[in-house]
Write a protein that binds this ligand. Structure first.
Ligand SMILES: Cc1cc2nc3c(=O)[nH]c(=O)nc-3n(C[C@H](O)[C@H](O)[C@H](O)COP(=O)(O)OP(=O)(O)OC[C@H]3O[C@@H](n4cnc5c(N)ncnc54)[C@H](O)[C@@H]3O)c2cc1C
Ligand code: FES
Length: 284
């Protein structure tokens, strides 16, 4: 069992949860993730380590309540417990030696990119961020990113905050004016594909953090298989970040949407029988 030391509702669908997990905190690094199980009957699901504090023995995650497991986690409060946490999993991002880095995040991907952006800045890179959200209420981490980034560009699809449009609208302008040494991209598959298309056509080294479906997170089950330069790789074991030029985004997109209908039915059923809160957020 892992205890929740603090829980903050960041917006109607996203929460920040801090766990007491000293062994994980001592070993965790930027870009790594956890596989959690909220209760003994729950499924295992991955969340990126948003922050870690080895001295306090804590790790935190930012969780968007999209389905059964993430809603269950967001419904817990301070003092609550989850059944298991495995981690840290995946490779750390190694972020040394880049002059200018552009980090592009979409939705909760911005919170996932936060520790990586901080690593680059800590290693002396000049970091610029483009953070895209559907609407103002869902904007995450802007203040925290501004503490160490040279510039943070926020976009909203509906224009309710920052620039109206998609991250690609801002990126297009920046790529014509500035030179970067690396792009790091985290978000929905379609967004990572569109961003990588633009950056790679400028010959900019681009890394993407892949959100493949995962179960064990250790390279055993094969669930997170991706096609990479025509060969199989496991996103959990070989990644989660990869050279975007070799990723088959079509295959990834097909695989991550394989269970959408089953997941929707499971959510409806569990809401009906009261095992999951009927709306995404505002847990305890
Ligand atoms: C390495 C990695 C890091 C991630 N980090 C974060 C994070 O920091 N914050 C966050 O909010 N989300 C993160 N995700 C996505 C998160 O794992 C899914 O939202 C979660 O598993 C959904 O489970 P559910 O039961 O709530 O919803 P479901 O209804 O089961 O699924 C909703 C959608 O989530 C995705 N998903 C479902 N099961 C899995 C699974 N086992 N593995 C991966 N994706 C799945 C699918 O696209 C699915 O359509 C990450 C995913 C990966 C692979
Ligand atoms: S999640 Fe099982 S091999 Fe990657």
């Amino acid at each position: 069992m892992f205890k929740i030391l603090s829980k903050e509702q960041l917006n109607s669908e996203t929460c920040l949860v801090e766990f007491h997990a000293p062994d994980i905190a001592a070993a965790a690094g930027p870009g790594q993730f956890l596989v959690l199980r909220v209760d003994e009957k729950g499924e295992r699901f991955p969340l990126t380590i948003h922050d870690m504090d080895p001295e306090r023995g804590t790790v935190s995650v930012v969780c968007q309540a999209v389905g059964v497991s993430t809603r269950k986690l967001c419904s817990l409060g301070e003092g609550g417990h989850v059944a298991d946490i495995a981690g840290p999993l995946g490779h750390r991002v190694s972020g040394a030696g880049y002059g200018k880095v552009i980090v592009v995040g979409g939705g909760v991907g911005v919170a996932e990119a936060y520790p990586v952006a901080r690593l680059f800045a800590g290693n002396g890179s000049e970091v610029e961020v483009i953070a895209g959200f559907r609407t103002k209420e869902l904007v995450l981490c802007e203040k925290e990113l501004k503490e160490f980034c040279r510039e943070v560009h926020v976009t909203t699809d509906d224009g309710s905050y920052g620039r109206k449009g998609f991250v690609t609208d801002v990126l297009g302008g920046l790529l014509t004016k500035k030179k970067y040494d690396l792009a790091f991209v985290v978000g929905p598959v379609a967004m990572m594909k569109a961003v990588s298309g633009m950056t790679l056509s400028e010959n900019l080294e681009t890394r993407v953090s892949l959100n493949a479906l995962m179960v064990d997170g250790t390279g055993m089950c094969g669930c997170c298989r991706i096609l990479y330069g025509g060969e199989k790789r496991f996103a959990c074991y070989d990644g989660p970040d990869f050279d975007a030029s070799k990723v088959d985004f079509e295959d990834l997109g097909r695989r991550v949407s394989s269970y959408v209908e089953k997941e929707r039915q499971a959510l409806e059923h569990k809401c009906r029988i009261g095992l999951v809160p009927p709306s995404a957020g505002r847990g305890k």
